[in-house]
Design a protein around this ligand. Sequence first.
Ligand code: SF4
Length: 331
Amino acid sequence: MSETTRGRVFSGARPTGKQHLGNYLGAIRNYVALQDEYDCIYCIVDLHALTTIERPTDMWHDVRDMALDWLAAGMDPARTIIFVQSHVPQVTELYTLLGMVTPMGWLSRLPTFKEKVRQQPDNVNYGLLGYPVLMAADIVLYKADTVPVGDDQLPHLEFTREIVRRFNDRFGPVLIEPQAKLTDVPRVMGTDGANKMSKSLNNQIELAATPEETLKRVMGMVTDPARAYRTDPGHPEVCNVFALHGIYSPDRVAEIERECRVAGIGCVDCKRLFAANLNAALAPFRERRAELAANEDMVREVLADGAHRAEALAVETLREVKEAIGLVLPF
Ligand code: SF4
């Protein structure tokens, strides 16, 4: 990480294994682009994942797949700190300390907490309640001044800013109040055409899938329901395949739109074209991923090095925080 005046970005994502098109278009490609402008810290937040996991799980499998996808997509460990949340245990200490300045009422009133209680009524654990405090600890531990967010995530970041203000009011100006970097996060719909692309809904197209698997997934995509027969004119504005053609077939969009409206092109041919263009766009990513996957030690080394660099920042922040609070240091 350079000693320049560049801003410092932090962002985290749960270990969800192999990443899909929605992950890429909604987050990963932005993560990659931000490296040119900022010193970036990207974290796989495995502790957050524990708030919804009830049984032992092969977390490493998901962490490794996610890291492979990030690296293959262009995250550069020479410039960027890439690490796993639990590998820097100082985050849990800061989480505890920030918890002391966070009113219970703030947490229990959050719509996201209420939604989780509704989703998992049999597993309403303390971690769910404290989730926003751990998120705040993630960001401020590494002195990030910038957090990329879509506008729907602004309230989450505002919560972190409120905790920081409360801490600084009480103990002095130690923590950095992070700013939002508003990012256009496209809502990528799944193959069902009705829900956001999501692994849990099995409506995803994985970046690392084979061309054949990709074609199969694409051919199963739901299109304009008004096109029951090949001769029915279509409405591209309601079709998810068309939306993705906008990204992967920019030269053909006008033609597809025109032909769809007059039933000049059928959905089968339209999907085949999309699958071909998507596979062509993903080919370099897939090649690079296969090379990386052949050397799992390299992934471990990247994550270990990232944790080492992140920990150096974390230790410094925690020292300042404890001094401000008045906790006696053991040295
Ligand atoms: Fe969608 Fe293409 Fe079918 Fe039109 S022809 S409804 S854009 S898949």
